[in-house]
Design a protein around this ligand. Structure first.
Ligand code: FE
Length: 260
């Protein structure tokens, strides 16, 4: 690790912890080394078993692997969850399957056959999710729910609700572009933060109806924090503020007439 890397890389932060369950943000790397848009990875550790959420692109593997190992032994990683098919989410699968060839890979059935194009070292043990999603019970008895979030932005798209920590992992939803040098991973001023989210949501989400259907699904969940794959985590009252902001925002075809 270079001096420059040490200045910009950030260590993991445990966002929730009890006797046998953790929800962990896996830090951030040096942008020059990791390349592309910066991305978040999260780890659920339950009774010593790991579920890794959106493991990331090829260049983040080293940092994500090292930070994961600080919380769970490689042999105990049970699942790699992919919210959708984008390369900043699944390109590191090549490296993960080299060190952990028997790991379960969970993603939408829509994308199962496309993952083969990553030239994976082994045929993965794939679990394709049906559109309605799924509830999975972990070793401690805690549950995670693979929540449908189709068309936000991918047509086969899932989020993860960790019931024990009351955490909603939202993939690209809630993504924000944070200025370089801003090293705080959690939103501290929601009103100011909106500007960092707006451009992505207007351009990448297809239409307001997709957002409305999603909000009807998640509004009744008890959510203490929203964890997106890019930018900052939103906690406490900011969760409701985020859902309210999303409900009011015109996106995609409802924002701009692409026919003109
Ligand atoms: Fe994406």
């Amino acid at each position: 690790m270079t001096d420059a890397t040490q200045r910009t890389a950030r260590a993991s932060r445990v966002l929730y912890e009890d006797a046998d369950h953790q929800f962990v943000w896996l830090g951030a790397g040096d942008p020059a080394q990791e390349r592309g848009i910066s991305s978040n990875q999260y780890l659920i550790v339950d009774a010593g078993e790991g579920v890794l959420l959106d493991p990331g692109g090829y260049h983040v593997f080293e940092r994500v692997f090292d930070n994961t190992m600080a919380h769970v032994h490689p042999d105990r990683i049970r699942t790699l969850f992919l919210s959708h098919q984008d390369p900043d989410i699944c390109a590191s699968l090549v490296s993960w399957l080299e060190v952990k060839p028997d790991v379960e890979v969970v993603l939408s059935r829509l994308w199962e056959r496309f993952v083969a194009h990553l030239a994976l070292p082994v045929t993965p043990r794939m679990h394709g999710l049906a559109d309605e999603g799924e509830l999975v019970t972990l070793a401690s008895g805690a549950s995670v729910v693979y929540v449908p979030a189709h068309f936000l932005h991918s047509p086969g798209n899932f989020h993860v609700y960790d019931q024990r920590s009351r955490t909603l992992f939202t993939g690209d939803l809630g993504a924000s572009l944070v200025p370089e040098g801003d090293t705080e991973p959690v939103v501290t001023d929601f009103a100011a933060h909106v500007a960092a989210m707006e451009g992505f949501h207007r351009r990448y989400l297809p239409c307001n109806r997709a957002v409305t259907l999603y909000l009807e699904r998640v509004r009744d969940l008890a959510v203490d924090r929203v964890c997106p794959q890019h930018g900052k985590v939103m906690e406490g009252d900011d969760v409701g503020r985020f859902f309210d902001w999303l409900a009011r925002l015109d996106v995609g075809l409802d924002h701009k007439d692409w026919g003109s």
